[in-house]
Design a binder for this molecule. Structure first.
Ligand code: PLP
Length: 224
């Protein structure tokens, strides 16, 4: 099943978004077994994203094929030290003190860490991220920190049925991404879209999507 799911997703996800940028699939691997993750990699997944530091550590050695490692979940400041030098892209930099901690630890380890700034595009209490109105200032503040490279923006769209509203929010993200690029930001990634909304995300300009359920099936939260 996993193999077929990966193959049909890779077929379905367009090579490029409407802006001509290559689209990358990140498999969201939270709560998945190492064997299943490796099956997805054998079927063509090149990038994997974790949510929990403990799971990341437990599975780190078992994952084959040297995929690009993303950290996509909420990250506690005191856990950053376990990830430094092992994560290719941090998606969830959602507050200044997290950026400061990643910067400090990266400097000590003599590495540069690549990050995305997370935007709370739906202004939801349950989600982390900078407000869209704060993002210009956040970009300037984070960009000034050593040993960090801001590679773009990330957002989780709200779980609502209103397609028009989702499109409006995704377009706001895309416009902000273009605006900051025009101001000189060296951006590569606009990351938005999950199993339920990745098509809309890509249509509105995302070039990275994070997909779990469509690859692995429904997550078994009880097994945790
Ligand atoms: C779990 C998760 C996903 C994937 O969600 P699905 O709906 O299973 O595709 C994407 N992004 C983040 C941040 C996640 O935690």
């Amino acid at each position: 099943m996993i193999e077929e799911n990966v193959k049909s997703l890779l077929n379905e996800i367009p090579q490029t978004n409407p802006f001509g940028e290559r689209v990358t699939l990140v498999a969201a691997i939270k709560l998945q077994q190492v064997e299943d993750i490796n099956r997805a990699i054998c079927a063509g997944v090149t990038d994997v994203g974790d949510n929990h530091v403990q799971e990341f550590k437990d599975k780190y050695e078992g994952i084959i094929g040297n995929p690009k490692r993303h950290f996509i979940g909420h990250l506690q400041t005191n856990k950053v030290k376990y990830l430094i030098g092992k994560v290719d892209l941090y998606h969830s930099v959602d507050r200044l003190n997290l950026a400061e901690e990643i910067s400090k630890r990266s400097k000590n380890a003599n590495v540069v860490s690549n990050v995305l700034l997370q935007v709370n595009i739906g202004c939801e209490e349950s989600k982390g991220g900078f407000d869209l109105s704060e993002i210009d200032a956040a970009y300037i503040a984070v960009n000034a920190l050593p040993n960090l490279k801001i590679e773009g923006l990330m957002a989780m769209l709200p779980f609502i049925d209103d397609e028009k509203e989702l499109r409006r929010l995704a377009t706001l993200m895309s416009e902000k991404y273009d605006y900051l690029k025009a101001q000189g930001a060296d951006f590569k990634y606009l990351c938005m879209g999950m199993s339920g909304d990745w098509k809309l995300g890509v249509e509105c300009g995302a070039n990275v999507v994070r997909i779990g359920t469509t690859i692995f099936g429904k997550r078994n939260y009880a097994a945790k």
